[in-house]
Design a protein around this ligand. Sequence first.
Ligand code: BYC
Length: 474
Amino acid sequence: MIDYTDKIPNNVDLGRDRVLQRALEHWQPAYLSWWYDMGPNESHNFEVYLRTAISVEPDGWAQFDYVKMPEYRWGIFLQPRDEKRQVNFGIHKGQPAWQDVPGEYRSILRRIVVTQGDTEPASVEQQKMLGLSCPSLYDLRNIFQVNVEEGRHLWAMVYLLHRYFGRDGREEAESLLARRSGDTDNPRILGAFNEPTPDWLAFYMFTFFTDRDGKFQLCALAESGFDPLARTCRFMLTEEAHHMFVGESGISRIIQRTCEVMKENKVDAPADVRALGVIDLQTIQRYLNFHYSVTLDLYGSDVSSNAANYYTSGLKGRFRETKLEDDHTLQDATYPVSEVIGDKINTKQVAALTALNERLRDDYIEEIQAGVNRWQRVIDEAGIPFRLTLPHKGFHREIGNFTGHFISPTGEILTEEQWKAHEFEWLPTSEDYAYVQSLMSGRVAELGKFANWIAPPVKGVNGKPLDFQYVRFN
Ligand code: BYC
């Protein structure tokens, strides 16, 4: 169990390390000040029906109650240690897992932890304004749940920085509160975390696509030979599952509502669908194209010596590393990557070690495709002849081998002119954003009521009914 009488709830015996405890207690007010400044807008007095982790055991980590978000018990929770755990891949394979940072890997490990940590507050910043236009109290509660847990994930990374990286770590922890999503002078580290999340369609897309990058990256880090990082990420993954559920079910409910309205009114042209106050499937496809492509960039370059180093050193593994049946050193293995040569997209085999970003991206795409297929079923069941598709991997990419090329959603190589002539059909336009935002001009806060553009969920949170008071505004 986690001791909630502690100023910083934890299961890492913080009380026994006074220096570390003081350092983290020093960071805590700075964190809260960041939350007041960049956390959900005008929400500080709301009482929200939130889930709080009370133990890291599989059956005991969720307790539901009303909480004011600034009073949420952000804490430090690691999966229990397995004394027999080893480094499972790379050149140190077979050695006992490291309980401390190996000196030679200190700076790359710090960089991985900082990059991971940076995304957590970034997403809260991106979603800051959305509470003002929620489609229901149920959805409002869900976004707040996501936000407080991203805050806790920041705590998780800051604990590692303070505990294992000394003064450099403390400085990095401060910088994590100083960067701002979308800021021109001091932006967040990775591209997708500087994009705006201007409306709820974007929010659900983000939690479906981008939080799932979070899942895959955390799974790769959960394989790390640096045991404290692995144990931290394992516990974070339990929370991540809910975020992806919010995204997948959110989009599914939007599609369902659109299809209902299309059928009832026998319309299918986007303008007619919009006239009825729901989001046309074509706009949903354009948002999908955008969020998918910027999230693919988050995996880094197709061929990356950084990724090879992370793996060889035992710091970052593959998705489900220990379940894979090979030598776990990848000395002689190859892996296919795409490249654009003239007017063709070719596949070439490269050393598997250098293609680990691409491999993780491919694992991700497989899971994403399954989710898109589930959305498609909602459309098919309504009998509407529309296909939602994932665009080609090279579409709208800014990192990796496709950078600088103009690839259509179906994978043709275009000239810049051809691209410009069609871009508005493939990516959300300013009109699309304006239309979607026009549907979300205020908060839907009556008990049990849902905005016209989204269907109610199948069930409420923690067995509560849909007309439950999920948020009290005070
Ligand atoms: N934007 O060798 P390369 C989550 C940089 S999401 C901007 O290809 P590497 C969450 C790269 O830094 C998961 N820059 O990259 C979701 C490098 O810079 P330098 C977050 C980029 O290092 C929702 C250069 O390009 N966790 O948790 O193999 C809500 C060449 O890089 C980008 C992690 O990402 C980009 N997209 O791989 C809340 C895990 N991509 O060296 C949370 C930790 C690359 O030239 N991070 N660059 O200065 C990593 O493992 C690696 O940093 C990456 C990049 C996989 C991201």
